[in-house]
Design a protein around this ligand. Structure first.
Ligand code: SAM
Length: 425
């Protein structure tokens, strides 16, 4: 399939074919060409240049809308804590939050749920949510969710959802504080409803961009962020944020909250957040440590016939503390040292699927795909349904053109997720 189609997608939406795999793009283009009864790639490239509607249709085919409620929840807990810890309210203006990309809305609604449940009034927050996919925007506006959107124990949020024939409908009180819009973060005309934001969530998007698109996106975000504003990125996006001059926000290193060019004093709430939110005496659930949480045994239902996870052994050090140390080094940008520390711990007996998977991710980040693959395979030997290892190994195989195998791994990951996914909130 044409390099030209990959180039168009890279220029328009930042999509790096080498991250998602050229074959994914080729299959998407092939589907669109069949729909439009076009046989020549050159003719389709011409159509993409002339017809915005067709370009949008192709974008819908290639975007990865994977999301769920309270994904990487520590960032949401920390933002809620910062909002609540604020000491003074000078203006009474709402806390301005942008979620881009918002996909089908689970992320911005999770932020709203957390702030509202902590006791903040609806008038104290304004959450704008933007995504490039028209289908995702439609679903976010609709606010009706199926089981895949809920992972982990969701019982505490149950009261904010009503069961309907179509799925779980989010309560109007939550929907009302989130405004959803269509937009492309990389477009020169990208203009969310507000000129500046106190908090911007840009999670699990930069990983699909090449370096130049990451820089463009982060420049745009930087221009939209208030001087003391906070940027929340996904764990896998943090390298890009550092490269663009963002620094981890003190006390929030584990939740991947960043500020422009420096960090605030420990536990000090962001001035931008402090200015806007009235302190309340209601405590939020404490922010959990991401790595400790990940290292803890996860909720699982036994898969009939499947090998059971091998418990971590820990000669000398427990595997949770090794994970914390390795993740801390990685967060500080010391990737090689993090890999050494993890591999040393494994040699000393702190073997766990979680640790192999983490080292795999570090190898992938340092462009050592063979080593990354070996680590993900070891993680899967120990824990055959380890979702992170399954999904990331699938990505590596996809890049290598092994689409059939990659698709099998994705199905396994989906099955694994469904075993610890609730039937509803
Ligand atoms: C993996 S989801 C992440 C959603 C959410 N932030 C999360 O972390 O769960 C990625 C989303 O990015 C959107 N997207 C891709 N390129 C984009 C762009 N250039 N501008 C805005 N959204 C984009 C896709 O439509 C998709 O919904």
């Amino acid at each position: 399939m044409s390099d030209e189609i990959e180039r168009i997608l890279r220029d328009e939406i930042g999509l790096d074919a080498s991250t998602v795999g050229g074959s994914l793009i080729a299959r998407a283009a092939q589907r669109r060409m069949s729909k439009r009864a076009i046989v020549s790639v050159d003719a389709y490239v011409k159509l993409l240049a002339d017809d915005e509607h067709e370009l949008q249709e192709l974008i819908e085919e290639v975007v990865i809308p994977e999301t769920y409620f309270f994904r990487e929840p520590d960032a949401i807990a920390d933002i809620t804590r910062l909002a609540l810890d604020a000491h003074a309210l000078s203006s009474g203006a709402p806390l301005r939050i942008l979620s881009v990309p918002c996909s089908s809305g689970e992320e911005p609604y999770s932020i709203a749920l957390s702030l509202l449940a902590a006791g903040l009034p609806a008038s104290s927050m304004s959450i704008d949510a933007v995504d490039i996919s028209i289908e995702a925007v439609r679903r976010a506006r609709e606010g009706v969710y199926r089981t895949g959107s809920f992972r982990g124990d969701f019982s505490v949020w149950r009261k904010y959802f009503a069961e309907t024939a179509q799925g779980w409908r989010i309560d109007e009180s939550v929907r009302a504080v989130v405004q959803v819009a269509h937009g492309n973060l990389l477009s020169e005309t990208f203009s969310p409803p507000r000129e500046q934001y106190d908090v911007i969530f840009c999670r699990n998007l930069l990983i699909y961009f090449d370096e130049s698109a990451q820089a463009r996106a982060l420049e745009k975000i930087s221009s939209l962020l208030a001087p003391e504003g906070v940027l929340a990125v996904g764990s896998a996006d943090s390298f890009a944020a550092r490269r663009a001059g963002f620094a981890p926000s003190s006390g929030c290193e584990r939740s991947f909250l960043f500020r422009r060019g420096g960090s605030a004093a420990p536990s000090e709430p962001s001035a931008a957040v402090a200015r806007r939110v009235r302190p309340r005496a209601i405590a939020t659930p404490p922010a959990r440590n991401r790595i400790v949480r990940d290292a803890a045994p996860r909720r699982r239902t036994a898969v009939p016939g499947a090998r059971q996870p091998v418990p971590a052994t820990s000669a000398g050090r427990d595997s949770a503390s090794v994970l914390i140390d390795v993740a801390r080094l990685a967060d500080e940008g010391q990737l090689a040292t993090a890999i050494d520390a993890g591999e040393r711990a494994i040699r000393e007996g702190a073997v766990s699927a979680e640790l192999f998977s983490l080292i795999g991710t570090l190898h992938a980040a340092t462009t050592q795909p063979d080593r990354a693959e070996a680590c993900y395979r070891k993680a899967l030997f120990l824990e055959p349904s380890h979702e992170h290892a399954l999904l990331h190994l699938a990505l590596l195989l996809e890049k290598r053109g092994e689409s059939a195998l990659a698709s099998k791994l994705r199905s396994r990951a989906r099955r694994a997720l469904s075993f610890h996914t609730f039937a509803g909130p």
